[in-house]
Write a protein that binds this ligand. Structure first.
Ligand SMILES: [Zn+2]
Length: 186
């Protein structure tokens, strides 16, 4: 089932999400619906608050990124991250042009560290501690921010924030042309 994606301006995108337990009701169904929603919107990641659930859950599928980059050595990663905690972020900051399904038509260069170590449970509630780098780390960092109540537009300069203010306001009012189903705050 395709779920509507919560738009910028909705309070749920600003809440720090809570852990879930293995008996969370209909978790398999939720993950399936989130996957379907992410693919339909051509996203590389989707976090639970974006489908109106304030829980520490996100998933990524880097297939579109890896296909777009020529001669990349990146491997495709499809993974659900439950109750994730980033333990370490290291290396020299690098810029990458990010976008977000909750903030359509806005893209900004965001600076992040390239290597991360993250502890999480997979969809079978097996615990992992893994390291990621490159585009995969980038996508995880973006989605991880969502479960912390942080959006990529928080990380841009004051000048850029002023420049896109009107556009963000329009999105929060539903004044945006978007090809997938969205839920607007007003
Ligand atoms: Zn996002």
């Amino acid at each position: 089932m395709i779920l509507p994606i919560v738009a910028f301006g909705s309070p749920i995108l600003r809440k720090k999400c809570v852990d879930i337990s293995p008996d969370y009701p209909e978790l398999d169904m939720l993950l399936e619906n989130m996957k379907e929603t992410m693919h339909e919107a051509r996203g590389v990641g989707l976090a639970a608050p974006q489908i109106n659930k304030s829980i520490r859950l996100f998933l990524i599928d880097t297939t579109p990124f890896v296909h777009d980059e020529e001669e990349t050595e990146e491997e495709i990663v499809k993974q659900a991250f439950i109750n994730a905690r980033i333990l370490e972020e290291v290396g020299d900051q690098w810029d990458f042009n990010e976008g977000c399904l909750s903030i359509p038509d806005v893209r900004e260069d965001i600076s992040r560290k390239p290597n991360i170590t993250i502890e999480y449970f997979d969809e079978n509630f097996e615990k992992h501690t893994d390291t990621y780098d490159g585009l995969t780390a980038r996508v995880i960092q973006h989605e991880y921010d969502h479960i912390q109540g942080v959006l990529f537009t928080d990380k841009i300069s004051a000048l850029r924030k002023r420049m896109i203010k009107g556009k963000l306001m329009d999105i929060s009012k539903g004044k945006v042309d978007v090809s997938y189903k969205m839920r607007f705050p007003r």
